[in-house]
Design a protein around this ligand. Structure first.
Ligand code: NCD
Length: 305
């Protein structure tokens, strides 16, 4: 039995297979619409979410399966003091697979050690968000046709943004990737990531101004300042509008640069950018459903037809 805790749990070859499956689902949804009949997905969300939870639910329904779960720790027995370990033992009796989001780093991993069903980490604190990374990779591969030879700018809250940490971990396995980290000093990428890049000899730059690096980017990954992980509101207010991607800034970007964002967006991408053909963040949401469908099929070891 396999779980998904980090994007590195799959080899590059396994990811290729998963993305091929996701693209086949996109092209032939009918082939897969009964594959999960009789199967149940539990969504255990101890932290707010719209996209991730609903895209898991949508994915399971599109495969003919059913969904149960909770979307608020306050309405689950966690409010009575139940441990994640106990909850997952119980969920293992109710469902065939579980997607878990938790504010504590490592909580889904603890759940996986006690579960008798596959557990998917749907985001753990500021740590990892592997299904968002699968979404990001599938989007890039589908729209660009490759996952290597890119200069990628990651902009915004690089300190607390788990989607950024997960994506970097995943991208270092591909050839000729250069990272440009664009953040205010207070929201710099963590040192452990810098150390990892140095150890692997992967090129990166850290800059503050978005405009300066725009012309060299193949991909721009914008992120929200993660309000819920700040210790005080004042710092958040000071930093929240540090970057606003607008039409004017897009003018200095390449014709074929893609703008990605895990969403939700707050102010960091002006709505006037939404109509730009390079804005890929809403297409990214759709890829998120296909990749979660492919992931459920893979972890449940199901065969189509
Ligand atoms: C992200 C998350 O939860 O980390 N959202 C998502 O799942 N798409 C990004 C964010 O909340 O900023």
């Amino acid at each position: 039995m396999r779980h998904l805790m980090s994007p590195l749990d799959f080899t590059v070859e396994e990811l290729e297979k998963l993305f091929d499956l996701a693209n086949d689902i996109e092209a032939n949804p009918d082939k897969y619409k009964h594959i999960c009949e009789g199967k149940k997905l539990a969504t255990c969300f101890y932290e707010p979410s719209t996209r991730t939870r609903l895209s898991f639910e949508s994915a399971m329904y599109s495969l003919g399966g059913q969904v149960l779960g909770f979307s608020d720790a306050g309405s689950s027995s966690a409010a009575k003091g139940e441990s994640v370990s106990d909850t997952i033992r119980m969920i293992s009796c109710y469902a065939d697979i579980c997607a878990m989001r938790h504010p504590k780093e490592g909580a889904p991993m603890v759940a996986a050690t006690k579960a008798s069903i596959p557990v998917i980490n749907a985001g753990d604190g500021g740590h990892q968000h592997p299904t968002q990374t699968l979404t990001d990779l599938l989007t890039i591969r589908s729209l660009k046709g490759r996952l290597n030879h890119f200069t990628i700018g990651l902009c915004g809250d690089l300190k607390f943004g788990r989607t950024v940490h997960s994506l970097i971990n995943a991208l270092v396995r591909y050839e000729n990737i250069k990272f440009i980290f664009i953040s205010p000093e207070e929201l710099r990428i963590p040192d452990y990531i810098i150390d990892m890049l140095k150890a692997k000899n992967i090129p990166f730059e850290e800059v503050i101004r978005l405009e300066d690096s725009m012309p060299e980017l193949d991909l721009l990954y914008m992120t929200r300042v993660q309000r819920e992980r700040f210790f005080n509101e004042e710092d958040y207010v000071r930093l929240k509008d540090f970057y606003i991607l607008d039409k004017k800034k897009m003018q200095c970007a390449r014709e074929d640069m893609l703008v990605l964002h895990p969403l939700p967006r707050v102010n960091e991408i002006s709505v006037e950018v939404d109509d730009d053909p390079r804005a890929a963040y809403f297409r990214q949401v759709q890829y998120g459903v296909y990749v979660r469908m492919a992931l459920i099929i893979t972890l449940l070891e199901l065969q189509e037809g």
